[in-house]
Write a protein that binds this ligand. Sequence first.
Ligand code: ZN
Length: 311
Amino acid sequence: MQRRQVAAFAAVAGCTLLSNTRVGAAGNGPARSETLQVAGSRLDLQFDDGFSPALQALALLWVQRAASAVAGYLGRFPLPQVEVLVQAAGGAGVQRGTAFPEPVPYVRIRLGRDSTAQHFHDDWILVHEMLHLAVPQVPRAQNWLHEGIATYAEGVARVKSGWIPALQLWGEFHRGMPKGQPQPGDRGLDFTPSWGRTYWGGAQFCLQADVLILQRSGLRLGLRHALQGVLAAGGNYAVAWPVTRILAAADAAVGQTTLVDLHQQLRASSQPMDLESLWQQLGVAPTPRAATGIELRDDAPASAVRRAITA
Ligand SMILES: [Zn+2]
């Protein structure tokens, strides 16, 4: 889903394909399907016609890296087996992604035929879509929880895996979180299905939850541990759960009631989030000197919480 533009960063090496991966050999024509094993899960990739063998090889590394980032964040890949359909598009770059729950959960990606390693490095969409696989289907009116988790955890997972630097993540949060503020006529997260409230209002919910869970656990546990609890309880995109059940399962995993309480507080509230004060606490300070628009300060009162989010 289109959520934002991401700044280009230098490519980072370090992704290794597993031995059972088959890469299409030039001269044989492009392979149409590939299988990856990531953290014990099986990913079946189906490629459209029109991709060169070289581009398919790059795409395999990218899928491997995205799946590893998600598995690193959640302690496992969300499902034991999933299909990734890679459709060809004109131009370059990862252009669109969608996660579908039926008939079995799968991810569909539109990929430009002229994409380069840099385009794969700059992509956030695939990690975002894979994170959807970790959350049960919810009623449409509460899609903010799905999109919020995918929007928030995508960047955190990529920092944790070494894909992007923490400075980039916090710069993106600093620019993005204001888009989740209530606008005139807002009736709270559960009753305001606008783009801003769905993606960034949901991400605000996750950021607040992560900070609170970390503070209440002495920095031992965070939102990712809560989300791991949902997976452990059998919650993923193959099933449909009420939001209250997802949040209760997540809370149980960290021995708190943070998520259920926060939902009660925000579900019908049009109160804006006090972002300025949170940035000050976390040590995310605006500066015109940096390309990211921010600098990270370790002398802020809750800078240890900020560091724990991506540690
Ligand atoms: Zn999404």
